[in-house]
Ligand binder design. Structure first.
Ligand code: HEM
Length: 528
């Protein structure tokens, strides 16, 4: 096949002038190296691909979502032996290319409109991971009880009111979830949340859950998100203003309040960034849905996991809320083990560089002007790491006590780094004092893992590669301890009120999008 035929196929695909992919195929002069035509296989593949795209899809959607989705590659990375991901695997713009249109109207990174720490390389976060520390100031464990737990408990009380017994749980959860989401972020719930704001959240989650952009449900929801993006930004902006000016009750019970207070001069956390984080967290908190489903499935009376059920019984029959000098309480250990085994987030995603640039000169794709390999990502796996036989003696056993034997982030200092064979700690240990009136600092381990110290009392996390569900090092999840506390509250309620979960006898359960890449049969209910 000659280049001309290829271009016809490319144009029909939406690879038109002005897009980088189009530039790749539309170069007028023949590429260097004597190659004048592209192989037949590509034309055939393009024609087959073209035939799968529904005709009603918006052209910009095809160009910016469908095509990049199919030109992206995800590679399985190694299971780390230490809880570290090397900086060469970058967080900078490490988002699958086809998802940018969900967060930016230009379909591509537009940091002037605000950005999230989740998509920033360490080199762009300010000194010593400053942006992450500002973010973390809203997440330290001292805040949970006085500021957030009432909201979380009220949410679970409503959700598990006896009148909702024996109905499919997850659809019901999703109907209320945004009340908790916006209450935590900006102190707004119920009728004060506009329909558009609920709709965009639901549409966002639906795209993440179904994922394949060729499915009409993904297309419709993707476009629904884009239609409401400006409305959402303006709405959050006004809510953040209300918090800044004390126009809501208890502004200190919102995440945004801590970001406002600790943003310094805003260089590394501007007001636009606060707005952006408030809705980028759609991605983060959507994982509570599949975590909840995973926990209920394991505790289910007729379809659960025997080992998990008996461990829950044992934990709750003891002194489950007291650490007695240890780093974690028994209930926290139980929740950690649930997360290791459920692993709601399958891997840490990194942007990677084409090694041929440095090792073998320019890559053929660049010299030919083809950008087909532009979107490549590496996934550092969580489940496989958490179940590694090199890291745990009995990885398959459900054993919350395993974390008593491995280091916490407060243990990883110079000496510990030397013990594991390093000449020095990969990260300097530094502290960021919060500016919101609390005596709290945000510090880090020698591996870069960030954690809080309140009134001199550290609240470390497990800093061991075998505990992978929240990622690793400087880029580890800042919402980990908040998440663990939320699920502790859930389990306390389940235990106290003798709530039981059961698989419901439904012939055709509803399909419900409960988290990233997770659409499940909604077939679990509760009763007392
Ligand atoms: C079930 C719940 C959650 C799971 C399993 C989870 C998992 C993760 C993982 C694995 C990472 C690391 C990603 C990487 O390195 O590529 C991460 C990062 C992050 N998470 Fe979470 N997360 C959860 C909840 C939350 C919550 C509730 C928040 C905020 C309130 C949050 C905010 C973030 C942010 C901002 C990052 C980026 C951190 C950085 O790059 O420095 N997450 N999360």
């Amino acid at each position: 096949m000659k280049r001309r035929t290829f271009l016809t196929g490319a144009a029909a695909l939406g690879l038109t002038a002005g897009t980088s992919a189009a530039r790749a195929v539309a170069a007028e002069s023949p590429p260097s190296g004597g190659i004048t035509a592209l192989p037949d296989e590509i034309a055939t593949a393009l024609a087959r691909f073209r035939a799968t795209i529904p005709v009603n899809f918006d052209r910009a959607y095809v160009e910016n979502v469908v095509v990049p989705y199919f030109l992206s590659s995800f590679y399985e990375g190694e299971r780390p032996k230490l809880p570290l991901i090397d900086l060469i695997l970058s967080k900078e713009n490490a988002l699958p290319q086809d998802l940018w249109g969900l967060i930016y109207s230009e379909w591509q990174p537009t940091p002037e409109e605000g950005s999230t720490v989740f998509l920033q390389g360490l080199e762009n976060r300010g000194e010593n991971n400053l942006r992450k520390r500002i973010y973390f100031s809203a997440m330290t464990t001292d805040l949970y009880k006085p500021m957030y737990s009432e909201k979380v408990s009220a949410f679970f009380d409503e959700l598990m009111d006896p009148k909702f017994a024996d109905i499919p749980f997850m659809r019901h959860y999703l109907d209320y979830y945004f009340d908790l989401y916006w209450d935590l972020h900006v102190g707004v719930k119920g009728n004060a949340i506009p329909a558009e704001v609920r709709e965009i959240g639901e549409a966002f989650n639906t795209v993440l859950a179904y994922r394949n952009p060729l499915q009409p449900i993904v297309y419709e929801n993707y476009m629904a998100v884009r239609k409401r993006l400006d409305f959402l930004r303006t709405w959050i902006d006004e809510r953040v203003e209300d918090i800044a000016n004390g126009r809501i009750a208890n502004p200190e019970k919102t995440l945004a309040w801590y970001w406002l207070k600790n943003a310094g001069d805003g260089t590394h956390f501007s007001k636009k960034d606060i707005i952006f984080e408030c809705f980028h967290n759609f991605v983060a908190l959507s994982q509570w849905g599949n975590s909840l489903y995973g926990i209920m499935s394991r505790l289910s009376e007729n379809d659960g996991d025997k080992a998990v059920r008996s461990s829950f019984q044992k934990t709750m029959s003891g002194d489950f809320d007291h650490a007695n000098g240890a780093p974690y309480t028994p209930l926290e250990l139980f929740v950690m083990e649930l997360f290791r085994t459920i692993s709601p987030n399958s891997g840490s995603i990194s942007a990677i560089h084409d090694a041929r640039d440095s090792a073998y000169g320019e890559s053929p794709h660049r010299s030919l002007g083809l950008s087909f390999e532009r979107h490549s990502y590496l996934i550092t796996p969580h489940t496989a790491t958490s179940f590694s036989r090199e890291l745990w003696k009995e990885p398959d056993t459900f054993d919350p006590d395993r974390y008593r034997e491995v280091p916490t982030s407060a243990d990883i200092d110079e000496e510990k780094c030397r013990q594991v064979g390093l000449a020095r700690c990969p990260f300097d240990m530094t502290s960021f004092e919060v500016k919101d009136g609390r005596k709290v600092s945000i510090t880090n381990s020698g591996f870069g893992t960030v954690f809080g110290v309140a009134d001199g009392q550290p609240s470390p996390v497990c800093d061991f590669a075998g505990f992978a569900p929240f990622g690793f090092s400087y880029r580890r999840c800042p919402g980990e301890q908040l998440t663990i506390r939320v699920f502790e509250d859930f389990l306390r309620k389940v235990w106290k009120e003798k709530i039981i979960f059961r698989k419901l006898p439904l012939t055709q359960p509803g399909r419900v999008p409960i988290g990233p890449t997770a659409v499940i049969d909604d077939n679990i209910g509760f009763s007392r």
